[in-house]
Design a binder for this molecule. Structure first.
Ligand code: 1PR
Length: 576
């Protein structure tokens, strides 16, 4: 069968891409056999995870040679993220594993000394050569696209890859913060690849996919027709071509801060899955005298709310299954259906948390956390968020003298799907002390306000099971261990601030930020748009999350974004 084919090697969420393609009115067939590759009229390769495992999968499934052949025939091809990186000669991520070598150049690790790595979030893609080569690609100057990667091909002016292949560049980091310019998309002949994820880039990304699927993405521009004519297949599979002359315009860092909408989900007393919201993690209505606990608060339906937030401009959506500290058998994961349905209409990154751990089915069958996470990825999640299990993993890390043994959920999932897919959800609670000597094994700070008995100091205790149990570990110990084990991002809640609408816990966030280099999402306490400005300006955090004010329509997402823009904070403006 001819048509559009998807080259999937089972490494992550391809559901969103498939849904986007279908939504655009096209059919897509999964490559199941190497011979399918040459049957394709158009081929999409959405690489996810590590470079080495992607290349190994291509070879072990027998896809590498037909893929090279397909590319040499100059048939329409779209590579996404690792799907683009695999076309280069190799990557520092797995130095011993060669790439396909179709494009000269190597993929390098970002420098994390002055900026958070992975580069995770929205950034623009600047076309070079005055945008001529971008014609027909659906790319728009100035619009933001979603990136999530630690490795990229540096843009080196005058290099072969820059002259012959580079379509857009993107800068991550500004002057004085380790700014690096990299190749964010390539195009030559019918080969078009993006480092960013069009299927996760809202309407801007859907336009890029549409251009490719509707036919003119790679061959429309006149300039490229000339380039195609000049192309000859060089020994070693690379295309040699007459270099065009161009002067690239300076790129600028346009990396934006992310606004995340969070949906805490659980079954209510009637057994319906609802979005709920607690105050300091208590999600039940209180009687007027505060003596009795009422029903679980019901703030809406998960799929409908997620869709609303996507349309209102949320940069990411996070679902937390908050009662999954109970055993949640793999056979009965209600959030799978929520994800499946959400990914049909929501084209921004989706994170799922709660219950990412080893689970046991009623028949006694054990499913490792990696398998649980795999189910979620296949059903539309881009990241999983680990709570309680991360605390246990960190405890083990310290018990082993500061190393992992490769078995924790963090390690196994990061190894298979990449660090960027592993978020750690932290549920800390303040413990006040009179002096640092009162908590000698913990990292103690001076909070902005004194404790209830005039205490000047506090430490942040990690909890498990949705805050029900405190552990002998402070938040700094936890995040340091989780980063070392391979986590790619921290979702930093605060049990004290949750639902209180008094603003984020800035001291906590600053403390965590200073301890690690992976991105941090500030969470808990947003009560107005200015709280977002405050947390971005005072802590430099990469993302800020809120729940209650969005669910109750007290502060529209649009107001949060416009307030941040007015304050000079770079934010992805809402597109349509
Ligand atoms: O331990 O891996 O099964 O994960 C359980 C997950 O469920 C954790 O991510 C944990 O944070 C979450 N969770 C468990 N119990 C609750 C609860 O509220 N009773 N929710 C809970 C955590 C906090 C945030 C909230 C922000 C913003 N909720 O997710 O959305 O505080 O709220 P706000 O803007 O209204 O202040 P595991």
């Amino acid at each position: 069968m001819t048509g559009t084919y998807l080259l999937d090697y089972g490494a992550g969420n391809v559901r969103s891409l498939v849904n986007a393609v279908k939504k655009l009115g096209h059919d897509i067939t999964y490559v199941k056999d190497p011979s399918d590759i040459l049957k394709a009229d158009k081929l999409i390769f959405p690489g996810v995870g590590a470079f080495g495992s992607a290349m190994q999968s291509l070879h072990s499934k027998g896809y590498a040679e037909p893929l090279k052949q397909y590319l040499s025939l100059n048939k329409p091809f779209m590579g996404i993220c690792v799907g683009m990186q695999s076309l280069f000669e190799g990557s520092d991520e797995n130095p011993d594993v060669p790439g396909l070598g179709v494009i000269p150049g190597r993929v390098r690790l970002f420098d994390s000394t002055q900026k958070a790595v992975p580069h995770m979030g929205w950034n623009t893609a600047r076309t070079i050569q005055g945008g001529e080569r971008a014609k027909g690609c659906g790319l728009e100057e100035g619009r933001a696209y979603y990136f999530v990667h630690s490795f990229a091909v540096p843009f080196v002016e005058g290099s072969q890859e820059a002259k012959e292949w580079c379509l857009t560049t993107t800068q991550y980091g500004g002057e004085g913060s380790g700014g690096e310019v990299f190749i964010s998309s390539v195009r030559r002949g019918n080969i078009f690849c993006t480092q960013f994820h069009p299927e996760k880039s809202g309407f801007a990304g859907v336009n890029v996919l549409k251009a490719f699927l509707d036919g003119d993405a790679a061959i429309g521009a006149e300039g490229d027709a000339a380039l195609i004519q000049a192309a000859t297949l060089a020994p070693g599979g690379g295309l040699s071509i007459l270099a065009p002359t161009f002067v690239p315009e300076p790129t600028q860092d346009q990396f934006t801060k992310r606004i995340v909408a969070c949906l805490d989900v659980r079954a209510n007393d009637q057994g319906d899955l609802v979005v709920t919201k607690g105050d300091q993690y208590d999600v039940r209505e209180q009687s007027t005298d505060g003596q009795e606990q009422g029903d679980v608060r019901n703030l809406g339906k998960p799929v409908e709310l997620a869709r609303r937030y996507f349309e209102e401009g949320a940069d990411e959506i996070t679902f937390l299954n908050i009662t999954s500290f109970r055993n949640c058998p793999l056979l009965d994961l209600p959030m799978l259906e929520v994800l499946r349905r959400t990914s049909e209409t929501v084209f921004v990154p989706l994170t799922i948390g709660g219950g990412i751990k080893d689970v046991v089915d009623p028949d006694g069958k054990l499913h490792p956390a990696l398998e649980v996470a795999g189910e979620y990825f296949r059903n539309g999640a881009d990241k999983v968020s680990i709570g309680s299990d991360a605390v246990y993993a960190a405890e083990k890390y310290y018990a082993l003298g500061g190393r992992g043994d490769g078995t924790s959920a963090i390690e196994t999932i990061a190894h298979a799907y990449g660090s960027q897919a592993v978020v750690i959800s932290v549920d800390p609670k303040k413990v006040y002390v009179n002096s640092p000597a009162d908590a000698p094994t913990h990292h103690v700070i001076q909070p902005a306000q004194l404790g209830p008995n005039g205490e000047k100091y506090c430490w942040y205790q990690c909890t498990v099971s949705g805050g029900r149990e405190g552990r002998d570990m402070d938040v700094r110990q936890l995040v340091v261990a989780c980063q070392a084990l391979g986590a790619g991002e921290i979702l930093l809640n605060s049990m004290d601030q949750d639902g209180m609408k008094q603003g984020y816990d800035l001291a906590l966030i600053q403390d965590v930020r200073s301890a690690i280099s992976i991105p941090v999402i500030a969470s808990s306490g947003a009560g107005c748009a200015d709280h977002f400005v405050e947390v971005f300006e005072k802590t430099g955090v990469q993302a800020a999350l809120a729940a209650g004010i969005f669910h109750r329509r007290e502060v529209p997402l649009e107001d949060v974004k416009s307030t941040c823009v007015k304050a000079g904070i770079r934010i992805r403006t809402i597109d349509a």
